[in-house]
Ligand binder design. Structure first.
Ligand SMILES: Nc1ncnc2c1ncn2[C@@H]1O[C@H](COP(=O)(O)OP(=O)(O)OP(=O)(O)O)[C@@H](O)[C@H]1O
Ligand SMILES: [Mg+2]
Length: 251
């Protein structure tokens, strides 16, 4: 379980997260949703220790992240940021190989290479393995970064908008892969804007609004017209398909 206690965060004079306490269940797919600027990326970055904590505590499976050595943390969780800016003169295979770095520290074993190949295959990138990142489309590059996070093989996978730039077929495939990883015992936290991906695939949904938790629970309780209407300040209808909420937000 990831446990966040009394977390507040400011950037300059702006308060971005306000006294957040929450628990993210282990062995589940948790979707983090909310309007632009709600604080989702900030929260994910703090959990992934990409930024120092200002106030509050975060623990992952019982270990306080502030006390956990970096190498140990990298084995426990992999994080994909919303903005990835690694050198574009890097080949796809090399980028994905970086995911294994915490395990081999520069001396990859046969197993490391196998895991890189599996990650490339999972994201349909085998044929593009030798391409430079700058020679890929936006969505292909996004898939390469997802493959790197997958290759890390961590217990927890934190993904900030992995579906951004993906076509609908790849978006569905990624969500289905996250569910398969859950079945294999991993825990997933994923920021998504397409609420229907959260509704259909997530076990647990956490909605942020203006730096606070606005709602949390299973998709059936969070993805209602009332709750989502309040969070996004819009009118929408919600229907059901195969027992899951289907949000009609585009009509
Ligand atoms: N470097 C920064 N300097 C100043 N303000 C920032 C900075 N980074 C983020 N913020 C502010 O913090 C708030 C939360 O940003 P955050 O990126 O966490 O939102 P988000 O929920 O991920 O939004 P989005 O859906 O647009 O990705 C926003 O109001 C944003 O303007
Ligand atoms: Mg964000």
């Amino acid at each position: 379980m990831i446990c966040v206690k009394n977390l507040s965060h400011s950037i300059g004079k702006t308060s971005v997260l306000q006294d957040i306490s929450l628990e993210i269940p282990k062995g589940k797919v948790t979707a983090l949703v909310g309007p632009n600027g709600a604080g989702k990326s900030t929260l994910l970055s703090l959990i992934g220790r990409l930024m120092p904590l200002q106030t509050g505590r975060i623990s992952i499976d019982g270990s306080d992240i502030a006390q956990t050595p970096t190498r140990e943390l990298a084995r426990r969780m992999a994080i994909l940021s919303q903005t990835n800016s690694l050198g574009s003169r890097l080949r796809v295979r090399e980028l994905v190989g970086f995911g294994r770095w915490p395990h081999h520290q520069g001396r990859p074993t046969h197993e490391d290479e196998q895991l890189v190949m599996q990650a490339l295959d999972a994201l349909d990138l085998t044929a593009l393995g030798n391409r430079f990142l700058e020679e890929l489309s936006g969505g292909q590059r996004q898939r390469a970064f997802i493959a790197m996070a997958l290759a890390q093989g961590a217990d927890w996978l934190l993904l900030d908008e992995p579906l951004a730039a993906l076509d609908m077929a790849f978006a569905r495939r990624i969500m289905a892969q996250l569910v398969a990883l859950r079945e294999a015992g991993r825990s997933i936290v994923v920021v998504v804007h397409d609420i229907n991906h959260a509704a259909a695939w997530a076990d647990h949904v956490i909605a942020l609004k203006e730096g606070r938790i606005a709602a949390e629970g299973p998709p059936e309780t969070v993805c209602t017209s009332q709750v989502l209407g309040d969070i996004f300040d819009m009118e929408l209808r919600v229907t059901q398909i195969e027992g899951k909420p289907l949000v009609l937000h585009h009509l």
